[in-house]
Structures are given as C-alpha cells and as structure tokens.
Design a protein around this ligand. Structure first.
Ligand SMILES: Cc1ncc(COP(=O)(O)O)c(C=O)c1O
Length: 408
C-alpha cells in the first residue's frame, strides 16, 4: 500500500484548483458540507448538458438518463454493501426523517414507545418526538455530563413496548463514534427497530451497513463529496411495517415508497461519482487490480488513518489551552475530526477573527440545541466547530492552530 498521497487526493477536487477566493482559504466547515469530487461535478454537468429530459421514457436521451440514474444508485448500493431496493434517495436527511416519521405515524404498529437521544442533530430527534401527539410515548436517552451516550442508560429504557430507537452514529458536535453494532443488536433482541443518523460519520468512512444491520441508516451526500441529496437505507422488515408515502400506484416500487418528493435527476445520476472517487483512491493507493472489487474497508482505513494523523496536533494544542472548553474527548481514537470548542469571549467573534486570517470555521448550534443545552453551552453563542476531512492539508491545520493561538 502507498502512503496517503494528499496531492493526488486534492487533484480529485475542483475546489483545490479553482481560482476562487473561497477555495483559497483553509477550510474547516466540512461538517456543514464537503467539497464535491470531480467525478460528481462532471457527471452533474454532463447530465444537465446532454440528458436533462424526463428520464425512463422511450426516446434516446430519456432512456440514457434513466439508465444513468439506475447505474448511479447501483454503484452507491455496492459501495454501502446493501441491495439497491433498500436504498432511497430524497432531497435531504431532514426531509427523509420527516417522511419516515409520517410513515410510522400511519403504520399499524402496536408498539408505541420511541427512544430518542439528545445527542442527535434535530433531524433525527424532533420528527420522532413530535409523534407524542399521535399516541406514542417518548423516552429520552440522555447524554451524561461529557456529552456521551452510555449503553447502560439505554438498557434501562428498553422494554417490549419499544418500537424504534433513534440515535446518531456520530455526534455532529462532539465527534464521538457510538457503538452502533452493539446498539442495533440490543434493539433487535428486544424486537425494536433502529434509525441511525450517519450524516456525521459517512464523510470519514463509507458505512458498511451490513456490518451492524440498522433498520434505517441515513446520510447526506453533500457532506460526503457528492451532490446535495439525502440517502437512506430502509430494511425490508421495517419497510413492510411502514405506510407508503408515495402515489398509491407506485407502492409496488420499493425505491419510491418513502420518497414522495422525487429528487433532482441530475444529482441522482451524479451520486455514482462518490463510488468512482473511492475507486480512484483504491486504484491509486492500494494497487487495486480489479475495478469492481476494491475493498471499501481498505479505503476507509486509509482515510481514517490520515484524519487521525492530522487531528492529533489540534487536540494536543487544545489540551494546553486552559481558556478553551473542548466538547468531547482529547483522544483521536474516540472521535472523528469534528471538533467543537467554546471560549470565554464570544465564539462568533472568534469565527469572524479567523475569517480575517483566511481560515473558515463554523459557529453556532448546528441544530444540536438539545445537546448544547445538556452541556450547559450558551445557545446564543453556540460553539466554534473546526471540522475537517481527509483532503485537509497538514499546513491548513498548522494555520488553524496558529490562528487560534493568536486569538486565545
Ligand atoms: C448529524 C446531522 N444529521 C442530520 C443533518 C441534516 O441533514 P440535511 O441537511 O441533509 O437535512 C445534519 C446537517 O447538518 C447533520 O449534521
């Protein structure tokens, strides 16, 4: 295996060769949205230029558009190692959970308890909590003072009335990876379904969904080097329980059942570009011989090792700063590179000051208001979030550390 080749990686993104002031900055708002890879942008552009007609028809162009969309979702399903029929593409994760909650509301389930966490982004908690008005009991799996969720606490909440457990794979604030395999096993043993929000996990390693068997797995492709869509896996067992949310005559099409708002066709056709990017990473770094058989595990490992390498100096630096509160762990092994801090003076002012130094960071609550409240963070100030991915350079991290040092 070759060492991680940052030049090669960055050459796969127009953002790094664009003559655009935004792209010249050290960019640390990747958890808000990553740059799309060239494969995705090229597919999107080509679709708009040459195939922007109603797909799945009987004339050339329309036939090709439909084929390209199908090929794209098949590739994505292969990357995630799930059957294509279980994969649904909607406009966003928030839209997808909204639709799923409605499907559950209209289902005939006799189990009427939902377990939700306060570690989630609101997209995977508010929609379920709202079902309290529809005869469901809501139990909250609360974080402890360090922001973490504990299995022992979850076990206290589970009984034979629980229908669904909603949780994040990774918190978009503290960056902690939750033990989803154990949680999904626990839920299954008690007959409950699981809904795992993988939005903050997927950019750091393509989830191999079969490995932990959730009933719902969600992520947003615009944070995973792709177009602005929400991707969701729904298990056959759960799909059979839920009420379809599509036109009545489309119920027999598995991929249409939970996507009433058909997403942009061009973006669907571009989703496969994420697969092509991973394949390019494998070909370049892993001496991959057969294009269709690269191991996503190996690529995930390559990416995660690089991320941990560049994350460590930042965490070590933050550890030395007594006037900074880091939310979550200082240990690289415990987390992805989504790092939230608060300082004594204004967090928003800090984000603005870093912008003056050509360092782009996020500030605010990131729709994780319940978690920030539980951690006694002032919601008006929120946190400063420093989030990076494998294409972030060591020199950008150095620049960030130096910028922070100047202002702390
Ligand atoms: C962890 C997490 N879940 C869900 C969402 C919602 O995703 P979308 O913007 O696709 O609705 C976000 C968006 O920031 C997120 O960070």
């Amino acid at each position: 295996m070759k060492n991680f080749d940052l030049d090669f990686v960055r050459s796969q993104f127009y953002a790094f060769d664009a003559d655009n002031p935004l792209y010249q900055k050290a960019f640390f708002e990747n958890a808000g949205g990553s740059f799309p890879c060239k494969f995705v942008v090229d597919k999107l552009t080509r679709f708009y230029e040459t195939k922007k007609v109603q797909p799945y028809g009987y004339f050339n162009g329309s036939i090709e558009a439909g084929e390209e969309m199908d090929k794209s979702t098949e590739k994505l399903a292969r990357l995630l190692r799930v059957p294509t029929n279980n994969l649904h593409v909607g406009p966003s994760t928030s839209q997808n959970t909204y639709v799923l909650a409605n499907a559950l509301r209209l289902s005939k389930t006799k189990r009427k308890t939902l377990i939700v966490s306060n570690q989630d982004h609101e997209a995977n908690t508010g929609v379920w909590r709202n079902l309290a008005t529809q005869g469901f009991e809501i139990r909250e799996w609360g974080v402890r003072s360090n922001g973490s969720l504990y299995l022992e606490d979850l076990k206290q909440l589970i009984d034979c009335t629980v229908c669904l457990i909603a949780l994040p794979h990774v918190s978009n604030i503290i960056g902690q990876v939750n033990p989803v395999e154990e949680i999904c096993n626990l839920a299954r043993e008690s007959g409950a379904f699981t809904c795992v929000d993988g939005v903050s996990y997927a950019p750091h390693g393509i989830p191999q969904i079969n490995d932990f068997n959730p009933d719902i797995y969600l992520f947003s492709s615009y944070k995973t080097f792709g177009p602005h869509l929400g991707v969701m896996y729904v298990s056959d067992n759960l799909a059979a329980e839920l009420e379809s949310q599509c036109h009545y005559f489309n119920k027999e099409f598995p991929n249409k059942r939970f996507t009433p708002a058909g997403p942009d066709h061009a973006q669907v056709s571009a989703l496969g570009g994420i697969y092509d990017y991973y394949e390019a990473l494998a070909n370049h770094h892993l001496n991959n011989k057969s294009p269709l058989s690269f191991s996503t595990y190996d690529v995930n490992h390559l990416i995660a090792s690089q991320e941990k390498k560049i994350l460590k100096p930042l965490l070590d630096f933050l550890k030395t700063k007594t006037n900074v509160r880091l939310l979550g762990s200082y240990e690289v092994e415990d987390r992805v590179p989504t790092v939230s801090i608060t300082i004594k003076k204004s967090n928003i002012a800090l984000a603005k000051e870093l912008n003056e130094l050509d360092i782009s960071v996020g500030a605010g609550d990131f729709y994780a208001v319940r978690l920030l409240n539980a951690l006694n963070v002032d919601i008006n100030e929120g946190v400063v979030r420093l989030s990076f991915v494998h294409y972030t350079s060591d020199s950008d991290v150095e620049k960030l550390i130096s910028g922070l040092d100047q202002h702390l």
